[in-house]
Design a protein around this ligand. Structure first.
Ligand code: HEC
Ligand code: HEC
Ligand code: HEC
Ligand code: HEC
Ligand code: HEC
Ligand code: HEC
Ligand code: HEC
Ligand code: HEC
Length: 501
């Protein structure tokens, strides 16, 4: 109740003040907001001509812009679309030099903080997928058209522009439209702000919804959206959407809303004394993407770049030279986790938060130690000893392993990190186990048989890498008599005598 009346008051106040003050710059908490004056720093006079004509030319586009914070604060078409002489994406249009493409650097004219935070992050680097296994699969085993309309719509394309003729300066249809998260832009900036802020509303409220992220964080190999939907957080979010206060200014978790967190709440927005950030990697302590997960420390450089250092590897100190620049900040994996926990504490107490991380870490360890490490070690030996070719994906055993880590193993790890029990087990460790024992091991024997005419090498590999791991005892020694009897008894109690056949 108290919160509701406070909100009403702020809304009333905001209404009364609208039109009087444009932008109020007040201390570091709101440093992200642009400082400036309409007509001086933006609101180019010529921009009104763009508005007037496009109002009838594309009324939908005009409507969205006019209802946006930009439209309401006098930021017009030319403020964003204006280009400079000599830029490869520039062309003359109604006596103005403009570009269709509006890059993060263009937004940075007014939103430097968001730009800086995003540019160093993994998001801005997601266009660098050319040298990956995934890309080899996409380009060669699939085909380039699918990479263009598939991979690159999430990851980002390198934009190219028509160099000659009447369409000079316009993006090539092969590379545009594209609003991939790591788009490679003509001004050397990376990423696309529109990936999350749909144009021309550029709304904060829309970016805070889980579906924004779900454009990309979805599907068999990274089902964060589906995991969120099945978590209690996702369930309550949908039930209480009208209490989410998505339009609020600061949107601090536990203060401006309490029903449930969204993706943005945990990975970007403010909570506790944690400030909001456009660097989605800051609050992550593990990397859950590679075949074997490691905890990761974050090193930030003076030139705006940053990189992860896996736990156990030496971490450079603040002031050290690294990758052609100087280290300005180090966040250990514990610091990163602490930042995430700050958000949880807006709504939870210690037992839930610590218990959650304990359960999550245990699943990652289970996946790593019982499955990923021994399989990866054997795959390495198979390659080294000539049982399989150096080329990836030309043998079935490689596909089976690929799906174990890239799809099923990721699903299990992601499920455990964000409270999706179905993904942790049925779409996760269940599939990992089934395919390890009943797809990958048989294939290992097949591979050995093909080269040697017997399965001795496969047996030796399993003895060496699987047998020492307690979790595989059942495979080598069978299930114990007690365990079987216990199951039989339970089954009969539930379903009647003779139920377990
Ligand atoms: C007199 C009318 C008129 C004025 C003034 C005008 N435009 Fe346009 N603009 C058009 C028309 C017509 C098109 C082509 C529409 C289409 O392709 O659907 C267009 C195309 C564009 C495009 C390219 C769209 C695409 O996908 O190819 C952009 C960007 C654009 N205008 C922005 C601006 C900006 C910025 C200004 C102000 C400097 C402006 N326009 C002024 C009429 C106008
Ligand atoms: C806050 C910055 C901003 C403002 C203000 C703005 N635009 Fe855009 N506009 C963008 C971005 C970002 C894109 C997407 C281009 C990209 O992906 O780089 C875009 C795309 C476009 C396109 C091509 C895409 C389409 O959907 O057809 C047109 C046309 C366009 N803008 C016209 C306008 C007009 C007319 C106005 C003024 C009424 C305007 N813009 C105001 C940022 C802006
Ligand atoms: C639906 C959007 C989408 C499509 C389509 C897609 N990806 Fe991804 N990709 C993602 C997301 C999201 C992640 C991050 C997953 C995570 O963190 O769990 C990712 C992760 C990756 C990574 C790992 C990056 C790293 O830093 O470890 C590579 C490499 C990659 N994708 C390449 C590709 C290639 C190549 C294709 C097409 C053959 C493709 N992706 C298709 C969204 C997509
Ligand atoms: C991964 C999605 C995502 C991308 C990409 C993204 N944003 Fe945001 N942005 C958000 C979210 C979520 C919020 C709301 C944060 C909060 O709750 O306060 C936001 C808020 C903002 C705000 C409002 C800041 C404030 O103080 O209220 C601005 C300005 C902004 N973004 C600009 C940008 C610019 C510029 C870029 C590109 C450099 C960008 N965003 C890229 C998700 C994104
Ligand atoms: C010429 C200056 C200027 C440029 C360029 C500009 N913005 Fe803004 N932006 C503003 C102003 C002014 C506001 C309103 C700020 C406020 O309400 O305090 C704003 C507000 C926003 C918000 C908050 C909207 C909300 O729902 O509250 C977002 C998000 C945003 N801008 C994103 C972008 C993106 C993305 C780009 C580039 C495509 C961009 N801006 C380019 C000046 C600019
Ligand atoms: C309740 C908070 C919370 C919510 C809501 C949430 N996440 Fe997460 N997310 C986490 C935690 C905790 C981790 C694991 C962090 C770590 O490694 O310590 C994580 C991990 C991730 C990762 C890293 C995976 C990797 O490959 O390393 C991605 C990507 C991600 N989340 C995206 C999303 C998306 C998209 C949504 C919404 C659909 C979402 N998250 C909702 C808390 C949340
Ligand atoms: C247009 C596609 C796209 C959208 C939208 C998107 N992401 Fe991502 N995200 C990616 C890709 C691709 C990666 C993997 C980047 C890489 O490592 O190469 C990624 C990586 C991440 C990571 C891991 C960062 C790290 O440092 O390892 C997190 C967390 C994340 N995204 C959260 C979010 C959240 C939260 C949203 C919504 C507010 C969101 N993403 C929206 C494509 C997207
Ligand atoms: C905006 C408030 C909010 C934030 C922030 C938040 N949660 Fe929650 N969380 C809830 C609510 C509400 C529930 C549902 C409680 C219930 O009925 O079980 C919940 C449920 C949970 C549950 C399930 C508990 C159960 O009894 O089944 C776990 C685990 C959890 N949250 C962990 C986290 C973690 C970890 C974080 C931070 C990474 C976090 N939450 C952030 C509000 C929040």
């Amino acid at each position: 109740m108290r919160r509701e009346s406070r909100m009403r008051l702020t809304t009333l106040l905001a209404g009364a003040l609208a039109g009087l003050f444009l932008v109020v710059q007040a201390g570091p908490a709101s440093a992200a907001r642009p400082a400036g004056k309409v007509g001086v720093d933006w609101g180019k006079e010529k921009g009104q001509e763009c508005v007037d004509c496009h109002m009838t030319e594309n009324p939908g586009l005009y409507w969205e812009w006019n209802h946006s914070q930009h439209g309401q604060n006098g930021v017009n078409c030319l403020d964003c679309h204006e280009a400079k002489e000599g830029e490869i994406d520039a062309f003359m249009h109604e006596e103005a030099l403009i570009s269709i493409v509006v890059t993060p650097k263009d937004c940075a004219k007014c939103h430097e903080t968001e730009y800086q935070e995003m540019e160093g992050s993994h998001h801005a680097h997601a266009g660098n997928i050319l040298a990956s296994l995934d890309n080899l699969m996409g380009e060669v085993i699939g085909g380039p058209a699918a990479v263009n309309a598939g991979c690159k719509q999430c990851h980002g394309a390198k934009l190219e522009f028509i160099a000659e003729g009447k369409n000079k300066g316009r993006p090539t249809p092969g590379t545009w439209p594209n609003t991939g998260i790591g788009r490679i832009n003509p001004d050397d900036s990376r990423g696309s702000c529109t990936a999350c802020h749909g144009r021309h509303r550029f709304s904060r409220a829309q970016a805070r919804t889980p579906d924004t992220c779900g454009k990309c964080h979805v599907g068999p190999d990274h089902p964060q959206q589906e995991i969120y939907n099945e978590s209690k957080h996702g369930i309550i979010y949908r039930a209480k959407m009208d209490e989410m206060n998505l339009d609020s200014d600061k949107w601090v978790a536990g203060v401006d809303y309490s029903a449930a967190p969204t993706c943005a709440s945990c990975h970007m927005s403010a909570g506790g004394d944690e400030k909001k950030t456009h660097n989605v990697g800051e609050r992550i302590s593990w990397t859950l993407r590679p075949p074997i997960s490691t905890k990761i420390n974050l090193v930030k450089l003076e030139n705006g770049e940053e990189f992860d250092v896996p736990e156990g590897k030496p971490i450079p100190a603040v002031g050290d030279e690294a990758k052609g620049s100087k280290v300005v900040e180090v966040l250990t994996w514990k610091d990163r986790r602490g930042k995430m926990e700050n958000i949880c504490y807006g709504c939870h107490a210690t037992s839930v938060v610590e218990g959650h991380y304990m359960q999550f870490d245990a699943v990652v360890d289970l996946y790593n130690e019982k499955f990923a490490k021994p399989i990866a070690a054997i795959m390495g030996e198979l390659k080294e000893k000539g049982y399989i070719t150096p080329a990836p994906f030309d043998e079935k055993i490689e596909w089976v392993w690929w799906e174990i880590w890239h799809h099923e193993g990721r699903r299990a790890r992601h499920g455990a990190s964000m409270n999706g029990p179905d993904y942790t087990w049925w779409h996760g460790i269940y599939d990992v186990a089934k395919n390890t024992y009943f797809e990958w091991i048989p294939e290992l024997k097949e591979v050995a048989h093909k080269k040697d005419g017997d399965e001795k090498f496969a047996t030796a590999m399993l003895e060496k890498h699987f047998k020492p791991i307690e979790g595989h005892d059942w495979y080598f020694n069978g299930l114990s008599k007690e365990a079987l009897e216990k199951v039989q008894k339970g089954f009969e109690e539930r379903y009647g005598k003779g139920a377990l056949k």
